[in-house]
Design a protein. Structure first.
Length: 158
């Protein structure tokens, strides 16, 4: 919830999602709306999956999904590191820190992801790669729909 709420907060604050997601608690400065949304979704999905698959199977399924998404995030962070330092901070670019390590991180994370997708396990775990594929397709569709707004927002921040 911590990482996800901060991402939703930033995207809401920048106007790519509803602006109310960019609300922060006046005293604590935490992304209150995003935390509330993710906690509510987690509660509904957690109870629903627990009833549908039984609690242990639901936990296994959700944990597998979480691991697959985190692996994809690791790959993207490594791509971003390499690209950022190569394009924006060329003078600070270190072949080891900003070249070889990110490439190694991409390869390791990518191979683990592919192995998990190729052999997801039994029962409900068979559907984990399908859920990841649908989620990625929805994300790409959203990216295409918001393309011009996204470019404008990113350009403003650079």
């Amino acid at each position: 919830v911590n990482g996800g709420s901060r991402i939703l907060f930033a995207i809401g604050r920048d106007g790519m999602l509803p602006r109310w997601l960019g609300w922060t608690h006046p005293t604590r400065q935490t992304p209150g709306a995003a935390i509330t949304l993710l906690s509510g979704i987690g509660l509904v999905v957690g109870i629903g999956m627990g009833l549908l698959l039984e609690p242990l199977n639901a936990f296994e399924f959700m944990g597998t999904l979480d691991a697959l998404f985190i692996l994809l995030i690791y790959v993207l962070v490594n791509v971003a590191c390499l690209r950022f330092f190569w394009r924006k901070r060329r003078a600070q670019f270190s072949v080891w820190r900003h070249g070889l390590l990110p490439v190694l991180g991409m390869l390791i994370s990518g191979l683990i992801f592919l192995a998990a997708v190729a052999s997801p396990g039994s029962g409900a775990l068979v559907y984990a790669p399908v859920v990841v594929a649908v989620w990625l397709a929805l994300g790409l569709a959203l990216l295409i729909m918001l393309g011009k707004r996204l470019v404008a927002t990113v350009t403003e921040q650079i």
